[in-house]
Each structure stands twice: as structure tokens, then as C-alpha cells.
Write a protein that binds this ligand. Structure first.
Ligand code: ATP
Length: 320
């Protein structure tokens, strides 16, 4: 291997820059040429890339987002489009690629590997919804952002004696919501992995009011229901003023916390080491604080049934 490329794909996440930096600095120290590909698979298709040097990745470790840019490029699912991408990769003499993104990006990486372009995947997403890793790059920063928002909502919710419903990102994974509920001191949590009975929430709010509680915070993962309609319903059924807040894209931005910088750096370094050992079609994870790698095919299959962290949920419920 003489020349590699690195790209970020799917939703951006804080810590992606640290991962790119890890790839570049390790690649250079091993005598490789490292190309940064702009805007994910789209940039690969359009042949937009730049040769990176040591200084290209200076002053980025503290920055959120990804300095290479990211995109969603649905056409990459088409074989003919990927054929053109493979031609671009060959023309540029890229021997291998590091793909930083979520499970969708992993599928793209697997398909490219199967077409003769060795790829290695790094889990870069705030959602923590990738199998084969305890944590994804960006998860802990997003969690801090959410908790800060919940703390602020608590002030106003307490002053006005209201119920606050907070919608949190995570796609179909409740990890961010449960962790935010524990650390943010919420009274109720709703996650996609478990059936939601609205009557349970009504009962809980009524029970808390009867106990003398003046306000409540409810954390709910996105895509479960319309939280503004839910707020109206709760207010109608409990008589308690209720407001909904959708945190939205704020959760994706901001300075990465130390853990995400370290995780991104470790995974970036490890990805180049694995490529030099001839690894292809695999992805990196962290399990019990140790770096591991798995075949992407097995991870993609598990994504459909990513194990729900029941113990985590039980902890949250204990504290309600
Ligand atoms: P996030 O979790 O932040 O949303 P992600 O990587 O899962 O990140 P997706 O939009 O699902 O985000 O995928 C990113 C890109 O990966 C897509 O825009 C597309 O270019 C590529 N991709 C996704 N699914 C496939 C597939 N089945 N075949 C080929 N490429 C794919």
C-alpha cells in the first residue's frame, strides 16, 4: 500500500476531525500518501480530493463537524455509479480507503471492498446505533449538548411548573435518550426499542403531581410521534401545562469532548495499521475499552437487530 484516501459520509459528528487527523498522521509516518476526499461518496464520484500533509490536519482536533465535508449520496446504491467511482479510485492509484460514517456508509464501504477497493469503516455518528462498538465517535459530545439543553429546560419548566417533553436524536436507537434521561434527571423516557403507551405517561404525570411534584421532564427519541401533539394530549389529560422542544441539529454540532477526540484519534491510527496488515471490508469498534475490528457484513446484519441496552434502561426507570 502506497496511497490511501479518507472520507466522511452520512451525518457529521464531533470527533470526525480527530479521526481524519489520526489517519493522516499515521499514514504519513508510515510513508504513505494520504488523500482527503471531499463530501463523502459524492466527492469520490466527482473525483474531488486533495493530497494532505502534516499541517493540513493542524488546528482541527478541537473543531466539530468534518473539515472534509460530508454528504448523503443515494445514487451510490447504483452499481453503475459505483463502477465510475472504482474507475476514479484506480485512476488516482488509491490502494485503500478509510470511510468514517454510520451503518449506511458501512454498506457503501463493503460494496466498494467487494469491487476490489479495500475499505475500512470507522463508526462516526452521534446516534450510537452501529453494532460491534460500545460507542460511536460523536456520541458523548452530543450527550453533553443534550444534557446542557435539558438543564436549561429544567429551569424554565420548574419556574412555570410545566411538563417539558424533549425530543432527542438517535434515529432508531434510544441510547442518547436513555443516557440523557439518567444524566438530565428526567421523569420519563420513551425509546424506539420499547412499545410506548401514552396512558403510562399520563398516569406517571398524574402520580407525580399527587406526590407533590411541581414539574416534569420527559425525554423521547425522534420519529416516535409528533411531540407537539403529544404535549397537547398530555396537557388535556393531566391538566398540567405541557410544552415540547425538538433539539434538532444543535445536537450534531460543537466542540468534541475529550472522549470523542481520543476515540476518533485511536480509531484513525488503528485503521491505517489494519490497512497495512491487509485488512479489507472490515470496521473498527471499541469494546470494553479495547479496539476491535469486525467484518462489515456481520455488523450490517446486526444493525437490524442491534441489542437494546436493557440494563441501561432499567437504571433510568429506577430513578424516575
Ligand atoms: P448517520 O448514522 O449519521 O445517518 P449513515 O452513514 O448511516 O450515517 P446514510 O445516509 O444511511 O448515513 O448513508 C450514507 C451514505 O452511504 C449514503 O448517502 C450512500 O452514499 C451510502 N450508502 C448507504 N446505503 C447504501 C447502500 N445500500 N449501498 C451503497 N451505498 C450506500
Amino acid at each position: 500500500i502506497k496511497r490511501i484516501g479518507v472520507l466522511t459520509s452520512g451525518g457529521d459528528s464531533p470527533g470526525m476531525n480527530a479521526a481524519i487527523r489520526g489517519v493522516v498522521r499515521t499514514g504519513l509516518s508510515e510513508g504513505l500518501e494520504v488523500y482527503g476526499i471531499y463530501d463523502g461518496y459524492l466527492g469520490l464520484f466527482q473525483n474531488r480530493m486533495i493530497l494532505l500533509n502534516h499541517c493540513s490536519v493542524s488546528d482541527i482536533i478541537n473543531r466539530g463537524g468534518t473539515f472534509l465535508g460530508s454528504s448523503r449520496f443515494p445514487d451510490f446504491r447504483k452499481y453503475t455509479i459505483r463502477e465510475k467511482v472504482v474507475r476514479n479510485i484506480k485512476k488516482r492509484n488509491l490502494d485503500a480507503l478509510v470511510i468514517i460514517g454510520g451503518d449506511g456508509s458501512y454498506i457503501g464501504a463493503k460494496k466498494l471492498s467487494d469491487m476490489g477497493c479495500p475499505c475500512i469503516g470507522l463508526p462516526g455518528t452521534i446516534d450510537n446505533d452501529v453494532s460491534g462498538t460500545d460507542y460511536t465517535i460523536g456520541y458523548f459530545t452530543a450527550l453533553e449538548t443534550i444534557i446542557e439543553a435539558i438543564d436549561r429546560l429544567r429551569d424554565t419548566s420548574s419556574s412555570h411548573q410545566r411538563v417539558s417533553i424533549v425530543e432527542v436524536m438517535g434515529r432508531y436507537c434510544g441510547d442518547l435518550t436513555i443516557a440523557a434521561a439518567i444524566a438530565g434527571g428526567c421523569e420519563f423516557v420513551v425509546v424506539p426499542e420499547l412499545k410506548f403507551e401514552v396512558q403510562d405517561l399520563v398516569n406517571k404525570v398524574k402520580f407525580d403531581i399527587a406526590k407533590g411534584k411541581k414539574h416534569a421532564i420527559v425525554a423521547i427519541t425522534e420519529h416516535i410521534c409528533n411531540v407537539f401533539d403529544l404535549a397537547k394530549y398530555i396537557e388535556k389529560k393531566t391538566g398540567k401545562e405541557t410544552r415540547a422542544t425538538v433539539l434538532g441539529y444543535i445536537q450534531r454540532g460543537g466542540k468534541p469532548v475529550a472522549y470523542d477526540r481520543i476515540l476518533g484519534s485511536r480509531m484513525g491510527v488503528y485503521s491505517v495499521e489494519l490497512l497495512l496488515q491487509g485488512c479489507s471490508g472490515c470496521c473498527i469498534g471499541i469494546q470494553n475499552e479495547k479496539l476491535v475490528y469486525n467484518d462489515i457484513s456481520s455488523i450490517i446484519q446486526q444493525c437490524v437487530h442491534r441489542p437494546f441496552r436493557q440494563d441501561f434502561f432499567r437504571t433510568a426507570k429506577r430513578l424516575f
